[in-house]
Write a protein that binds this ligand. Structure first.
Ligand code: ADP
Ligand code: ZN
Ligand code: ZN
Length: 731
């Protein structure tokens, strides 16, 4: 017999299937991982097919050995690999790699061990006496472990890793390696009670269940209780003996949501998130593969979890851009989910308070089912949103970044013992440094991008490549010393806020700079949840899915920021951002308030935001897209060519452009736009960037795309060339 094998070599342009003969002394199955001779080496590969004839008429080599007991790639995943290869133009090997943990490849796998935490003494009172009675979380961990012990992975989802570490350092917790017992010991948080679903939730669930559509959009305002709906659907799948995947954006994979799920589903659940070490990820994967975990909660790549017999797939915050993988291997999570749902005959549920225009349009066109929840669980309802005209503030002499109203409300909130969140979509201190006399702007030497000033380390930093430079004191161009700073960022907001509120008020800041370590963002969110600070200032990171009961005030400092980006999605994004961040206010028993500061208060967007009028916004936006020929009415294709030698990338771009012109002639009106140009950021990390942007109608989309890929594949000429479909970012 002959095995068709995909060999696992990286950096190879070839995506060939090789034939090997199967020695008569062992049995091989499709999906098996094997070791095969390849040139002078032996390398790993995957058997994707077994046949009895080979097309080539050369002597076949034998497979050396089979590497696991059972096929690692299950049938469904092999089919998915075929689908993804076609759909996203990927290489076989790149898809297969998505399906198994990196630790498994190259035989790096160790015995199945996990770190297990126990108390160093059974006398919990004695242990507690060694820590300060104010260290509430530390005391709580001791209580948690009193029953026996817990895997570190699990504990990490319930408590802040830094708190756990401090107990390890004090010798109160002992860590040991344990062979994995498939059922983690340790208790599950029973403090989280099962709620009784509201009538609205029940209705939403029954609409979802009764829909005859493969994909159902659950459009529920912030705080409408979508999580309970998800859990009920998952429970249903389990009762039927099936399994479930629930995806959330990485950033909202907080201990809180994991705890809620775990308290409901206990050991049936496996979690895949970036906080796991390679070993832990492998263990979780194994539990899923072996059928010990029935539910997987995780970020984007958890869609590839090797569950069998799926009963439901949930994609929470479906509008989030993290569901689209833009770098190799490129894929769109929804399409993968749809494939798996079809294969298993189950549904995909997309949840959001601010669905993407594309998804909501699909619901309108009856391609997706639609289930809506338009009220909050909390009786207080949606927070009131106020739009403040910052130009007016300037005219009345207020030059601060905070409007007078926001200043007052901040003070009031803190005096009442509540918490506030301030959102500004720019990190650092000031966005750029510019010479006032000649207009010179400090730019990165490797990237065509203005540098951002960071006061904490008194440096200019490039946000694209991370390079650091000395701040400007004298203009290198005209030698003037009058240098001004551009727009403000999180760092400056936090420092001005401190001045405004006084030193007794504790302020936390969350952005890329304060979350460089793996656990930092969990620590910050945890501290804020525990009330250790009164204000949280942050970028996009603070927007997603968090449920802080004491937050009564939300401020959006510069709502115009993303509005005027030269991107067809900028209105949609701004609407989503502002609505989501507003949704953090007044979620539990307290009334919430939102203050939005802008220089263009008359922009139509703010009216929709203020009135929570998603449908109004959607209609307007869809109309604009139709009139201007943008998605979902067309598909945007960007072909990006990069090379360290500018001329090479330019020539390659020209060549591809000429061939595309012929294609355009062939398809006539299907092409609504095509232009070759320098990329808006012409150089990143010393590579010059040119691009061709095309918009095509959707009727012959697949056919045309196939031809575009073909042209690109045959004309790379040593350049890196990427084809992106509806890219999130055109810079
Ligand atoms: P969403 O994801 O829609 O923004 P959540 O699922 O976070 O909203 O729910 C908002 C709040 O309402 C949470 O604190 C949750 O515990 C609570 N909640 C949800 N459903 C119920 C219910 N049926 N009864 C009581 N509280 C509920
Ligand atoms: Zn100058
Ligand atoms: Zn740079």
């Amino acid at each position: 017999m002959i095995a068709k094998v995909i060999v696992d070599i990286s950096n190879s342009e070839v995506d060939k299937i090789f034939d090997y003969s199967i020695p008569s002394d062992f049995e091989l199955a499709v999906g098996d991982r094997v070791l095969v001779p390849f040139g002078s080496r032996s390398i790993e590969g995957f058997c994707i097919k077994i046949t009895d004839c080979s097309e080539g008429n050369y002597k076949l080599k034998d497979i050396i050995k089979k590497l696991d007991d059972k096929p690692l790639i299950k049938k469904e995943m092999l089919a998915l690999s075929d689908f993804m290869k076609e759909k996203f133009y990927l290489r076989y090997v790149d898809t297969l790699r998505l399906f198994i943990p990196s630790k498994l490849r190259g035989n790096k796998v160790k015995a199945l061990q996990r770190e297990f935490c126990t108390l160093s003494s059974s006398d919990t009172e004695l242990l507690k006496s060694r820590i300060s009675p104010r260290a509430k979380s530390q005391l709580a961990i001791i209580d948690r472990l009193a029953g026996g012990g817990e895997y570190l992975t699990v504990l990490n989802t319930e408590f802040s890793p830094s708190v756990i570490n401090s107990l390890v350092e004090k010798g109160i917790i002992t860590k040991s390696k344990q062979e994995v017992l498939r059922k983690p010991i340790g208790e599950i948080d029973k403090n989280i009670n099962k709620v009784t679903l509201t009538e609205t939730q029940n209705k939403a669930i029954s609409i979802i269940k009764n829909s005859d559509k493969r994909v159902v959009l659950l459009h529920g305002v912030t705080g409408s209780g979508k999580t309970e709906v998800y859990m009920s659907l998952i429970e249903d799948a389990l009762i039927k003996g099936k399994t479930a995947i629930a995806l959330v954006p990485e950033i909202s994979l907080t201990p809180q949501i994991l705890r809620v799920f775990r308290s409901r589903f206990g050991d049936d659940i496996a979690m895949l998130h970036s906080g796991l070490s390679d070993g832990e990820r492998y263990d979780e994967w194994r539990r899923i593969y072996d059928g010990d975990a029935k539910i997987v909660v995780g970020a984007r790549s958890a869609i590839f979890a090797p569950l069998e017999n799926l009963g439901v797939i949930i994609i929470d915050e479906e509008h989030d851009s993290s569901y689209i993988s833009e770098s190799n291997p490129r894929f769109r999570t929804l399409e993968v989910a749809e494939f798996r749902a079809k294969y298993n005959d189950c549904k995909v549920i997309l949840g959001s308070a601010t669905p993407s225009v594309e998804s909501y349009n699909n619901a309108r066109l009856c391609k997706f089912g639609l289930s809506e929840m338009s009220n909050r669980i909390s009786k207080n309802g949606m927070p009131e949103i106020k739009i403040i005209d910052m130009a007016q503030e300037l005219r009345t002499g207020n030059f601060s970044v905070f409007s007078n109203e926001l200043k007052e409300k901040l003070k009031e909130t803190i005096n009442n013992g509540n918490q506030a969140m301030l959102f500004i979509n720019r990190r650092g201190y000031a966005s750029y440094m510019q010479c006032k006399s000649c207009g010179y702007i400090a730019k990165c030497t490797d990237c065509d991008i203005a540098l951002t000033y960071h006061k904490e380390d008194n440096m200019l930093k490039c946000h694209y490549c991370g390079k650091r430079f000395k701040p400007l004191d004298i203009c290198p161009n005209c030698h003037s010393d009058s240098i001004k700073q551009g727009k403000i960022g999180t760092e400056k907001v936090a420092s001005e806020l401190q001045t405004l509120l006084g030193s007794s008020v504790k302020i936390l800041r969350m952005d890329n700079d304060t979350t460089t370590t793996k656990t930092a963002y969990l620590d910050i969110l945890g501290a804020f949840r525990r009330g250790e600070a009164q204000v949280l200032v942050g970028t996009q990171m603070i927007v997603k899915g968090h449920d802080f009961p004491n937050v009564t005030l939300v401020g959006v400092l510069d709502a115009d920021m993303s509005l005027y980006f030269s991107d067809y999605r900028s209105c949609e994004r701004t609407y989503q951002l502002i609505t989501q961040v507003s949704g953090r206010a007044g979620r539990k028993d307290k009334l919430g308030e939102v203050i939005i500061q802008t220089y263009s208060p008359k922009h139509y967007l703010f009216n929709f935001v203020k009135n929570y009028d998603y449908k109004g916004f959607f209609d307007k936006e869809l109309n604009t897209r139709q009139v201007t020929n943008f998605p979902p009415f067309t598909t945007i294709v960007r072909i990006l060519v990069t090379n360290e030698v500018e001329e090479k990338s330019l020539n390659c771009t020209k060549k591809i452009y000429d061939l595309l012109k012929e294609l355009r002639v062939e398809y006539g009106k299907e092409f609504v736009y095509m232009q070759a140009m320098k990329s808006p950021i012409n150089k990143i990390q010393n590579k010059y960037r040119y691009q061709i942007v095309i918009r095509i109608k959707r009727k012959f989309e697949d056919e045309i795309l196939g031809k575009i890929y073909n042209i690109v594949d045959n004309n790379k000429q040593g350049n890196s060339v990427f084809v992106e479909i509806n890219p999130q970012n055109m810079s």
